[in-house]
Design a protein around this ligand. Structure first.
Ligand SMILES: Nc1nc2c(ncn2[C@@H]2O[C@H](COP(=O)(O)OP(=O)(O)OP(=O)(O)O)[C@@H](O)[C@H]2O)c(=O)[nH]1
Length: 451
């Protein structure tokens, strides 16, 4: 952008210097309506284009409200210069140009007015008002050239024409002063561009004073105006590209942010699910052994007993209690006792079938549920379990500690059809096993006799 600017300014400068030298030494006059029409209509087109560009790109939204004067001035000049380009009637020709200079300078100079006034005129659609009124002036000058003031007499501009251009030029220079002052306190390059634009226009207004139609100076100030338009067009064209680029950058930044937020949300969701799972696990499991806790046991057993009752299937339970556990705590400390609890829990779990489950019922008591298992089969399995634990040794520090368990068995429906009775029966049987010397299994008596 900076290099482009340097190139552009060098081209403009060489154009201006070259033009000044050429038209300074060119003393004759060169009447060329088509070339003039081309320059003026192109200038008019550019002026309108810039105004539309500013409005359409909504650059205005981000510019101070007083830029409404710039848009209005460009609209007025564009319309009047457009009519000026197409007329060959000499009075209308000069009149329209002088009107464009005066109105352009006047409206541009309004840039000095406070924002409040700019806001008010903006709300009333000032550019449209100027578009309409300048079009009326243009049409009127075209269809009734005799009604326009005399602007040229005996091949020279009249005082009115010169005053209009001089006033327009001075007003442009006044506006240039505003932009130059702003330039010091603002980083926006708009001020640089518009100060150059107004300076060139101001200069063209002053040079009008020294020119006669079609002479060298006359062509030269036309060139100045054209360059002034081209400069602003170039600037807004670059700005629109910069806007697009910025928009593109903003879009990708937004997309990145959305992607990041989506990722964060999905991570938060995962974390939340993980926490929910953890909480659920904590609510249903014993933290020390990882087995089901008593609540979960009771929820499950209720379902299993209901199913067993509905299909008339057997179900057995073991009440398992570690023998002389207090001694382990006493000898190896609470941590040693905990380790034993975990190792018994592990052994119990690994001895069961998939459909069986085990819960920590109390301190060193476990409850094993064996769905679809008759009392006889449960006794068989219980014995196997007891043997397994008895042959298992827990390692506590450097020592191997022999462990035994006492088991109380109760079955549905052989012993009871009610959960709390079944539980009591298993508990009683387990105490019977303790009483009988521990490391053994006892079964609650079957309804109407039995083991
Ligand atoms: N380390 C540990 N000890 C526990 C835990 N819960 C209960 N206990 C201990 O388990 C011991 C149970 O002892 P008792 O009920 O007297 O039974 P016991 O020593 O196993 O004797 P019998 O059951 O008659 O063979 C107590 O000392 C409790 O403090 C626990 O979570 N961790």
């Amino acid at each position: 952008m900076r290099t482009l600017n340097a190139v552009l300014y060098s081209v403009i400068l060489s154009f201006l210097v070259g033009g000044a030298v050429f038209f300074g030494i060119f003393s004759g006059s060169w009447i060329n309506y088509p070339l003039h029409a081309f320059i003026e209509s192109l200038g008019a087109f550019i002026a309108l284009l810039i105004a539309v560009l500013i409005l359409m790109l909504r650059i205005y939204d981000r510019l101070p409200v007083r830029y409404i004067w710039i848009i209005s001035a460009l609209v007025s000049m564009g319309v009047l210069d457009g009519f000026h380009a197409v007329t060959q009637e000499i009075q209308s020709f000069v009149w329209l140009h002088s009107m464009a200079m005066l109105s352009g300078g006047l409206i541009f100079a309004c840039i000095w007015l406070p924002d409040e006034i700019a806001r008010r005129v903006y709300r009333r659609g000032l550019p449209l008002i100027f578009l309409a009124s300048m079009s009326i002036i243009g049409v009127f000058a075209l269809i009734s050239p005799s009604s326009v003031p005399v602007m040229i007499e005996s091949g020279a501009f009249t005082a009115l024409a010169r005053i209009m251009n001089l006033a327009g030029g001075i007003l442009f220079l006044t506006a240039a002063g505003y932009f130059l002052l702003q330039q010091r306190s603002s980083i926006s390059r708009d001020n640089t561009i518009f100060s150059s634009h107004c300076l060139l226009f101001g200069l063209s207004g002053l040079l009008f004073e020294y020119s006669v139609p079609w002479d060298g100076i006359w062509w030269y100030w036309h060139l100045l105006r054209f360059v002034a338009y081209a400069l602003v067009l170039y600037y807004f064209f670059m700005l629109s590209h910069a806007e697009e680029r910025q928009l593109h950058l903003l879009n990708s930044e937004l997309e990145n942010r959305v992607a990041l937020r989506t990722l964060q949300l999905s991570n938060e969701l995962k974390e939340r699910k993980r926490m929910e799972k953890k909480l659920k696990h904590l609510a249903t499991h014993d933290p020390l052994t990882g087995l089901y806790n008593r609540n979960e046991l009771e929820r499950r057993i209720a379902e299993d007993l209901e199913r067993a009752a509905r299909y008339q299937h057997p179900l057995s339970i073991f009440m398992v209690d570690i023998d002389h556990f207090k001694e382990i705590n006493d000898n190896y400390g609470h941590a040693g006792g905990d380790r034993v609890l975990r190792s018994i829990a592990f052994e119990l779990e690994r001895s069961l079938r998939k459909t069986d489950y085990v819960a920590r019922f109390g301190g060193e008591e476990f409850l094993v549920v064996l769905p679809e298992t008759s009392l006889a089969r449960a006794i068989e399995l219980g014995e196997r379990l007891r043997h397994r634990i008895a042959s298992h040794e827990a390692i506590l520090g450097d020592e191997k500690v022999a462990l035994t368990i006492s088991i109380g068995v109760a079955s549905f429906p052989a012993i009871s059809t009610n959960w709390s009775d079944l539980l009591d029966a298993a508990d009683t049987a387990m105490y019977q096993a303790k009483h009988d010397g521990r490391n053994c299994l006892r079964s609650a008596p079957e309804r109407g006799g039995g083991l």
